[in-house]
Design a protein around this ligand. Structure first.
Ligand SMILES: [Mg+2]
Length: 314
C-alpha cells in the first residue's frame, strides 16, 4: 500500500486494554505517519459509534484501509460496520483477551503490525450472525454465558483476567446446568443438560482450543457440545480441553454447520458472544461466508495456551 492510495481510518477504543497496549497503538500510528500515510484517528465513544466509524471509512472511496484498535467487542462492531463493503481491514490487539487478533496471528509487538501492513497477505474472514447480531469469534451457551452475565452486571470499564476469577468461582458453585436443545442444519443433535460453543475461530479464552478444527474462512461454523450435569462433569471437560482430548469424550459432540438453532429446554440459558452478553434465547445462528478481507502477518500462527499464559503473567 502506498500513501497515494488513500487515507487510513484509524479507529481506537481509548478505554480498552492496559496502558502498554496504548503505547502500541500510538507507535504504529507514528510509524504510518513517518512513512507518509494520512492517518485519521477516530476515538470510539460506544460500540455503536465504532460500527458507524467503520462504515464511514468503508463507504468513502478515498479511504484505503480501516484499522481498528480495541478488544474483541470493539473489533466485532467495526467488522459489523465493514460487512458487505469489501474495504480492507487490519486489527491492532488492545483488549484483555484479543481472541480474534490472536487467531489471525497478531501479537503485541510493533514489528508484527509492520509485517502485516507491509506483507500484502490478505485473508477472507467469515462472520457469524446470531439473531441478527454479528459475532467474529465464539458464542457460548450455558456456563460461560452465565459467567459473562455475572461480570456484565458488575463491570465498570476495562477488565483484566483477574476480574473473571470471582464470577467464575461463584457461577461454578451456583450454576444449574440447564437443558439445551441444539438443531444443526435442520437436524436435532442434542437435547440434554450441558454447554454449547459455536466458533468461527479455534481458540477461546487463554488460548483454549475448544473449536479446534475451526477455520475462519471456510464458510462454516464449528459446534462443540458438552453433556454436563454437574461440577464434576465440568471439571472433567475442562481438563480434557487443556489436554486437547475433549472431542474424543463420549460426552462431547463436535460438528460443523451453516445454520444452528439453540433453544433452552426448561430454565434460562445465558449466552455470550465474543466475551460480551449475547441476545436472549432461542438463538438462530447463521454464517456470512468471507464477509471481510483482512490484512494478516504473513506466515503467523495463533498463540496457544502456554504462550497466552506467559503473556498474562507478564
Ligand atoms: Mg469456519
Amino acid at each position: 500500500m502506498k500513501p497515494q492510495d488513500g487515507y487510513i481510518q484509524y479507529i481506537v477504543n481509548p478505554k480498552s486494554g492496559a496502558s502498554s497496549n496504548n503505547d502500541l497503538v500510538r507507535e504504529f500510528k507514528d510509524y504510518l505517519t513517518e512513512r507518509g500515510f494520512e492517518v485519521r484517528v477516530k476515538l470510539t465513544e460506544s460500540l455503536e459509534h465504532a460500527c458507524g466509524l467503520a462504515t464511514a471509512g468503508a463507504v468513502d472511496y478515498q479511504c484505503a484501509l480501516v484499522i481498528g484498535a480495541g478488544g474483541d467487542g470493539t473489533l466485532r462492531e467495526i467488522l459489523h460496520g465493514l460487512e458487505g463493503t469489501n474495504k480492507l481491514f487490519m486489527p491492532i490487539p488492545s483488549g484483555t483477551e484479543n481472541l480474534l487478533a490472536n487467531e489471525l496471528g497478531f501479537d503485541l509487538h510493533l514489528q508484527t503490525l509492520i509485517n502485516a501492513f507491509e506483507g500484502d497477505s490478505i485473508k477472507p474472514l467469515d462472520l457469524g450472525v446470531i439473531n441478527g447480531q454479528c459475532f467474529t469469534s465464539i458464542a457460548g451457551f450455558g456456563f460461560d454465558g452465565a459467567v459473562i452475565d455475572r461480570i456484565s452486571k458488575i463491570r465498570t470499564g476495562h477488565i483484566s483476567h483477574l476480574s473473571y476469577f470471582w464470577p467464575i468461582w461463584r457461577t461454578f458453585w451456583e450454576h444449574d446446568f440447564p437443558r439445551i436443545k441444539v438443531i444443526v442444519d435442520g437436524q436435532e443433535i442434542f437435547n440434554d443438560r450441558g454447554m454449547v460453543f459455536v466458533g468461527n475461530i479455534s481458540r477461546y479464552a487463554i488460548g483454549l482450543n475448544i473449536c479446534k478444527e475451526a477455520d475462519f474462512g471456510d464458510g462454516l461454523l464449528d459446534v462443540c457440545i458438552f453433556r454436563c450435569h454437574d461440577q464434576a462433569h465440568l471439571i472433567a471437560h475442562a481438563l480434557r480441553v487443556i489436554l486437547k482430548r475433549h472431542t474424543k469424550s463420549k460426552n462431547a459432540i463436535y460438528t460443523q454447520a451453516k445454520s444452528i438453532q439453540i433453544t433452552p429446554a426448561e430454565n434460562t440459558v445465558y449466552c455470550q458472544i465474543d466475551g460480551d452478553p449475547g441476545p436472549e434465547l432461542p438463538a438462530d445462528i447463521k454464517v456470512i461466508p468471507q464477509a471481510i478481507q483482512i490484512l494478516i502477518p504473513p506466515g503467523a500462527k495463533p498463540a496457544g495456551l502456554r504462550t497466552r499464559l506467559k503473556r498474562m503473567i507478564g
